[in-house]
Design a protein around this ligand. Structure first.
Ligand code: PMP
Length: 397
C-alpha cells in the first residue's frame, strides 16, 4: 500500500460533500433525485455583482493581488462590519481568503498547538473538528439538545473549560441546526469568557443575513471579546456566491498578521475577479439578500409544517440558515421489506435509494439521532420532497 502522511488518518472527507457526490451520480443515471442535501443558495449571484466581475476582467484585474486582498476590498469589509454589526475594525485587521472555510483554517493553524483543547458545541459544522485535528488539537464536544434549540448554555460552557482550553468554535446562525443565538444568550456566554482570558472565540457568521428573527448579533460586540474574537464571514451564502470562493476574517491585529503569513504559503490571495465583485457586493445595499431571505422564510414555513405532520419526526422551528435538523431516532430498529434502519446513516441511505430524496446524516455533525435537510431548493421540489419523505418514512415499521 502507498505510504501517505499520518495526518490523513486523523480526518475524514465531509459527509456533506460525499452525499452531494452520490446524488450527482444517481442523477447522472437518470434517477429523479430531490436533493435536500445541498448547502448553498439555489439563487444565482445578483446581476450587479456579476457585472462588476465582467468589468474587472475587461479592466485588466487579472494579476496577483496582495495576499490579504485589495486595499479597497478590506476597506469594504470594515464598512460592512460597521454598517451591519456596529464594529470598528481597521483594514489591516482583515484577511480576505478563498472562502470562509479557508479563513477558518487560517485561524486554526495560526492559534492551535498540539494538545490545545477546542470547545465545539455539538451539532457543529463538519469542518471544525477536522481542522482542529489536522493541527493535533483536542476537540471537546459539548452535546446540545433539541430542548435548547441545540445551543450551548453558559453552565455547559463553564463546565467544559479547562486550563488547556484555547478556542471556542461555533456558528450563529448555525449549520446544521439553523439555530440563532440571541443577544442575551451571547452576552451570557461572554460573561463566562470574561473569566477565562486565554480563550479565543472563533465566531462563524457566514449565515448572518439568513436570519428570520432579530437583527444579527456578533459575540465580538460583548465586553472586551473583540480583542480575542475572530469573526469568520464570506459572500457564499448571503450573496449566493459559493463558486466565487470569497471569504474573510476580522481579528485582533496580531492574529490577522499571522493568518496573512499562513495564507501566503498556501493559496496567496483569492481570485482577483472575485475580489472586484466582492467590493461591489459589500458596498452595495442588501436588497437582493433580503429578497432571498423572504423566499427562504416562506419555504421554512412550508417544510416545518410538512415535517411536523410526519409521525416519528421531532422537529423544531429554526430561526436562521436554510436547514431543518429533525430528530429521527424513533425510526431506529424499524424496517421496510428487509431494509433495516439502525442509525441516521441507514436512514439517509434508505431515503436516498427508496424515496430518492437526498439528506445528510446527523452523525456528520456530531448528532447521530438527527438528519439535516436543506430547503435551499424550489418550492416545487420541496413539496415533492416532503411528499416522498412522508410516504417512505411511514412505510418503516
Ligand atoms: N461555515 C459554515 C457554517 C458553512 O456552512 C460553510 C459552507 N457550507 C462555510 C463556513 C464555508 O463557506 P465558504 O463557501 O465561504 O468556504
Amino acid at each position: 500500500m502507498m505510504q501517505l502522511a499520518e495526518r490523513l488518518s486523523r480526518i475524514s472527507e465531509p459527509q456533506t460533500i460525499k452525499m452531494a457526490k452520490l446524488s450527482r451520480e444517481l442523477k447522472a443515471q437518470g434517477i429523479d433525485i430531490v436533493d435536500l442535501s445541498i448547502g448553498e443558495p439555489d439563487f444565482d449571484t445578483p446581476v450587479h455583482i456579476r457585472d462588476a466581475a465582467k468589468k474587472a476582467i475587461d479592466d485588466g484585474y487579472t494579476h496577483y493581488t496582495p495576499v490579504a486582498g485589495y486595499a479597497d476590498l478590506k476597506q469594504a469589509v470594515t464598512y460592512k462590519l460597521k454598517r451591519d454589526n456596529g464594529l470598528d475594525y481597521t483594514p489591516d485587521q482583515i484577511v480576505v481568503s478563498t472562502g470562509a472555510k479557508q479563513s477558518l483554517a487560517n485561524a486554526v493553524l495560526a492559534i492551535i498547538n498540539p494538545g490545545d483543547e477546542v470547545i465545539i458545541p455539538t451539532p457543529y459544522w463538519v469542518t471544525y473538528s477536522e481542522q482542529v485535528k489536522l493541527c493535533q488539537g483536542v476537540v471537546v464536544f459539548v452535546p446540545c439538545g433539541i430542548e435548547n434549540n441545540y445551543k450551548i448554555t453558559p453552565a455547559q460552557l463553564e463546565a467544559a473549560i479547562t486550563p488547556k482550553t484555547r478556542m471556542f468554535m461555533f456558528s450563529s446562525p448555525c449549520n446544521p441546526t439553523g439555530s440563532v443565538y440571541s443577544s442575551a444568550e451571547l452576552e451570557a456566554l461572554a460573561a463566562v469568557f470574561a473569566k477565562h482570558p486565554q480563550i479565543f472565540i472563533l465566531s462563524d457568521e457566514i449565515y448572518e443575513y439568513i436570519n428570520y428573527v432579530a437583527p444579527h448579533a456578533s459575540i465580538a460586540s460583548f465586553g472586551d471579546l473583540k480583542n480575542r474574537t475572530i469573526i469568520i464571514n464570506g459572500l457564499s451564502k448571503g450573496f449566493a456566491m459559493t463558486g466565487w470562493r470569497l471569504g474573510y476574517l476580522a481579528a485582533p491585529l496580531e492574529v490577522a498578521k499571522a493568518c496573512d503569513k499562513i495564507q501566503s504559503q498556501f493559496t496567496s490571495a483569492t481570485c482577483s475577479i472575485s475580489q472586484r465583485a466582492a467590493v461591489t457586493a459589500l458596498n452595495g445595499d442588501l436588497t437582493t439578500a433580503h429578497a432571498m431571505v423572504t423566499e427562504f422564510k416562506r419555504r421554512r414555513a412550508f417544510i416545518y409544517e410538512a415535517l411536523k405532520n410526519i409521525r416519528g419526526l421531532k422537529v423544531n422551528n429554526p430561526d436562521g440558515a436554510f436547514y431543518m435538523f429533525p430528530d429521527i431516532s424513533a425510526f431506529f430498529g424499524k424496517s421496510y421489506e428487509g431494509t433495516v434502519v439502525n442509525n441516521a446513516d441507514d436512514l439517509c441511505m434508505y431515503l436516498l435509494h427508496q424515496a430518492n430524496v437526498s439528506t445528510v446524516t446527523g452523525a456528520a455533525f456530531g448528532q447521530p439521532n438527527c438528519i439535516r435537510l436543506s430547503y435551499a431548493t424550489s418550492m416545487e421540489k420541496l413539496e415533492e420532497g416532503a411528499r416522498r419523505l412522508k410516504t417512505w418514512l411511514e412505510k418503516l415499521q
